[in-house]
Design a protein around this ligand. Structure first.
Ligand SMILES: C[S@@+](CC[C@H](N)C(=O)[O-])C[C@H]1O[C@@H](n2cnc3c(N)ncnc32)[C@H](O)[C@@H]1O
Length: 382
């Protein structure tokens, strides 16, 4: 592979973009390099524990795209230069690439990290790939290891258990920063072991009782419920800036991530309702433990709840169409009587809200702006 071809590879936008995304993550990871855990502040420990695995996970996810795109492009070039044999060899099942690919190893950077020779020997000519690999390896060797992070996690958990008020300190700090937020770690520090809780929920009975509701729609069979990620909640709260006097309802709140995070980081009042009592009970335990006094959570069917005291309403894929329509009609009445409301709609409920003539979208203002979190904000036309 000539240097010229390597240079050309980097010109391909989708390829260059992925590489620069990896470099961005590596830059962030480097901030955690050579840390001495004993000398870190509480917030730094928290960020290390939660952001490092997040960044490593993102790099691992991006890596196969980079490799595939570099190798595909190289093969295309070989075919174009009529060297079909060499091109096919690249993908032969016996080639290291083929072997890695067939056992799915390319999906896991660890495989290559464990046997780097595979990469360096066969692809020594693919400079962008090799140098990126060495960058990744170099940075990974400088950040706190899995074991160190586990110890740091245990320390944090104990610290927070003894002094629950420190969680508010931590979340208030990350609220003002742009660190990546790792839902699994934050939930566990809050004491929410959702896998276990979801396992203990009797979905069959719920389904029998509410066969017209979306209670198990989000139950994937792996005891994982789909929730809004904390980074989206942070961004949303920065967009809305709710304060004293605002009442934010999460309709179909599950574990009330929005209410817990928002309640600990802003002065607004948060309310949540969910039809699955097990999720609400867990959220209430967190509320009590961390003293989230501006949060109320109730186990109810949204169709029976009076949410007319609210002025901001949040939806993340909660209801099937009929219930969404009932809730939407109530919101329209509320908007008419209390001087205007905001509706935040994340994902599927947007089909419904985007068609409501009494609402106007205020975020995003343009159709295709950076709206990775699929959040739309509407205001009633008062
Ligand atoms: C996708 S989860 C969203 C959770 C939370 N709002 C978030 O953003 O992280 C939707 C929740 O809506 C709840 N739900 C479905 N139908 C409901 C109903 N009729 N009344 C109350 N909650 C309901 C489900 O139990 C589920 O926990």
């Amino acid at each position: 592979m000539s240097d010229l071809l390597c240079e050309k590879l980097l010109e391909f936008p989708e390829h260059g973009e992925t590489i620069s995304e990896i470099h961005e993550r590596l830059d962030r990871l480097s901030r955690y390099a050579h840390q001495n855990p004993d000398e870190l502040s509480l917030i730094d420990r928290f960020n290390t524990v939660q952001e490092v695995p997040l960044l490593i996970g993102q790099i691992r996810k991006l890596w196969p795209y980079v490799v595939t795109s570099i190798l595909n492009q190289a093969t295309r070039e070989l075919f174009l230069s009529l060297d079909e044999k060499k091109g096919s060899e690249l993908f032969s099942p016996r080639s290291p690439w083929g072997r890695l690919h067939s056992k799915g190893g390319m999906d896991d950077l660890n495989d290559i990290l464990r046997s780097p020779d595979i990469l360096t020997e066969k692809y020594s000519d693919y400079q962008p790939l090799i140098s990126l690999f060495h960058d990744i390896k170099g940075v990974l060797s400088t950040v706190p290891s899995n074991n160190t992070r586990k110890k740091m996690f245990r320390y944090l958990k104990e610290y927070i258990n003894q002094d629950p008020a420190s969680m508010q300190e931590i979340l208030s700090s990350v609220h003002l920063s742009d660190v990546g937020l790792n839902g699994a770690v934050i939930d566990r520090l809050l004491g929410l072991n959702k896998g276990e809780i979801e396992k203990s929920i009797d979905f069959l009975s719920l389904f029998m009782e509410y066969d017209d509701e979306s209670v198990i729609k989000n139950f994937t069979g792996e005891n994982i419920i789909s929730e809004t990620d904390y980074a989206s909640i942070r961004k949303l709260l920065h967009l809305l800036e709710p304060g004293k006097g605002d009442v934010v309802w999460d309709l179909g709140c599950a574990y009330s991530r929005l209410g817990i995070y928002g309640g600990l980081t802003t002065d607004a009042t948060y309310k949540g309702v969910d039809i699955v009592a097990g999720r609400v009970e867990a959220a209430l335990k967190v509320k009590d433990k961390f003293g989230v006094d501006n949060l109320t959570v109730m186990a109810e069917d949204v169709r029976n709840v009076d949410f007319s005291d609210g002025n901001i309403f949040y939806f993340y894929n909660p209801f099937f169409d009929d219930t969404l329509k009932i809730v939407g009609n109530k919101l329209r009445e509320i908007a008419g009587s209390n001087g205007g409301i905001k509706i935040v709609s994340n994902n599927t409920s947007d089909d419904y809200f985007s068609k409501q003539k009494w609402l106007r979208r205020v975020y995003p203002l343009e159709e295709y702006t950076d709206n990775k979190m699929h959040i739309n904000i509407y205001e009633s036309g008062n």
